[in-house]
Design a protein around this ligand. Structure first.
Ligand code: UD1
Length: 430
């Protein structure tokens, strides 16, 4: 199994191109199931999760082709991909495929809306809490779906071949369930109103794509989304937004190591709260035309308390990275996780680098230390793994992060991007 070796102590200086957002690309790719026309997506990141979803969609009959023309980034970076679901050949998403990536469960929405039936395995994915699917099932039932759970599969059917618009109030904010109900309602008969919907930028990105395909969606980005169902959707060309989690991760890396980096293509409005918190901790953040510039020179890291929340609050996907930064702050900070119940697995690994963190329920209390020291550590989930890599960059000596297959699910060319800015990072295979 591959690992990453980091020699800490260097500042980061230079430019890092920010890739297309994984969490936007995945639902956009799934939206290709809604039409027999071609959906062209620009700026799709080159990631293990994207490749996995291509295989899953292929199983349903989606063909894909990568555009010959490279984008201005180097080879291997984000690409333009055409997806074409001319014919759906299978409405079953099997356990072997869905268990590898939770988001592939989301195919249930478009399959049901277009084909009137779907059989989708209950998901797997990151080991961060129980992550049920009750909201998806409640919401689809509100749109008239008939559901059964049989041997680990959700078997869904529409009553008369088509979903029917309705009002649905999410009892809890869910990004995935909002994506799925928006896609399902796009082809339902009549109007759907989703209340207490997720407001994440990835929801807006998907709504814009669906509208470009002929859907009639308003209010995406607010907590009430209205969808006027249409009979069919066409193809479109649409661009994946820049990855706000990748942006925040590298911004935190610079805040930890010191230095001056331009995050090319990044947009502050996609993660305003995290950037405000980072500025409070002592980093200088500015939006420039080419991207976000992050600097920290000389001044120490101030302790700041943070609570994760749905957008526009501080994202849970940056919690582990921020904790890494707070391990070096002067004083005590409290980090409270409200989205997932088991998302502190990085705590014991950060402790191996010399961090002082104690847990009280859903809150981590971090006592800043003057320096971290390199050690062998293990990646536990996607965001936790990257927090260990960036903590290693700021630690004295050598840190080896094992089980980094998690990283390849969500970070495009991490080692290259960091090495280009002066970090000493290498991948060890075997
Ligand atoms: C998405 C993101 C993930 C991010 C998360 C929260 C993608 C591919 N993944 O995940 O990176 O960490 O949003 O911002 O976009 N829940 C239920 N029942 C359900 C569905 C969810 O109780 O049916 C709970 C979850 O367990 C969790 C909370 O709702 O506690 C939020 O989860 P959700 O927003 O659905 O996360 P994902 O869409 O899976």
């Amino acid at each position: 199994m591959d690992s990453i070796r980091v020699k800490g102590g260097n500042q980061l200086n230079g430019r890092i191109p920010i890739s297309g957002a994984k969490n936007a690309a995945l639902p956009l790719m799934i939206a290709s199931l809604l039409t027999d026309d071609t959906l062209t997506l620009e700026n799709v990141p080159h990631l293990a999760d994207v490749e996995q979803l291509i295989r899953i969609l292929g199983n349903h009959g989606v063909d894909y082709s990568v555009n010959g023309r490279r984008e201005k980034q180097q080879e291997g970076y984000s690409r333009t991909i055409n997806f074409s679901a001319r014919q759906i050949v299978d409405t079953t998403a099997p356990y072997e495929l869905v268990s590898k990536m939770r988001a592939s469960f989301w195919v249930i929405g478009p399959l049901l809306a277009r084909m009137g039936e779907a059989k989708v395995s209950l998901p797997g994915g990151c080991a961060i809490g129980t992550r049920p699917v009750d909201l998806f099932l409640d919401g689809l039932q509100a749109l008239g779906a008939e559901l059964d759970v049989e041997s680990g599969y959700v078997v869904a059917k529409t009553k008369n071949g088509r979903l029917v618009g309705n009002r649905y109030v999410f009892p809890k904010v869910s990004v995935g369930a909002t994506h799925v109900l928006m896609m399902a309602a796009a082809l339902a008969r009549g109007e759907t109103v989703l209340e207490n919907a997720a407001r994440e930028p990835e929801i807006v990105n998907l709504a814009e794509c669906l509208n470009a395909m002929g859907a009639r969606i308003t209010g995406a980005g607010t907590s009430t989304i209205t969808i006027e169902g249409v009979d069919s959707l066409s193809g479109a060309r649409h661009r994946v937004i820049p990855d706000r989690i990748e942006t925040g991760t590298y911004a935190m890396a610079v805040a930890m190591t010191g230095g001056d980096v331009l995050l090319e293509g990044a947009r502050v409005d996609l993660l305003q709260r995290a950037m405000d918190i980072l500025a409070e901790s002592g980093a200088e953040i500015s939006q420039e035309e080419a991207g976000i510039r992050v600097r920290r020179n000389g001044n120490g890291v101030r302790a700041v308390d943070v609570t994760t929340e749905p957008f526009p609050g501080f994202p849970t996907d940056l919690q582990a990275q921020f904790m890494g930064l707070m391990t070096m702050a002067s004083g005590q900070s409290k980090i409270t996780e409200t989205i997932f119940e088991n998302r502190f697995m990085h705590v014991q690994e950060l402790a191996r680098l010399g961090a002082r963190i104690s847990l009280a329920g859903q809150t981590a209390i971090v006592e800043g230390v003057s320096r971290l020291k390199g050690a062998p550590v293990m990646a536990t989930d996607l965001r936790a793994s990257v927090s260990l890599v960036i903590a290693g960059l700021a630690a004295e000596g050598e840190t080896t992060v094992s089980r980094i297959y998690h990283l390849d699910r969500g970070f495009e060319r991490l080692e290259d991007k960091l090495s280009n800015c002066g970090a000493v990072v290498e991948r060890l295979s075997g």
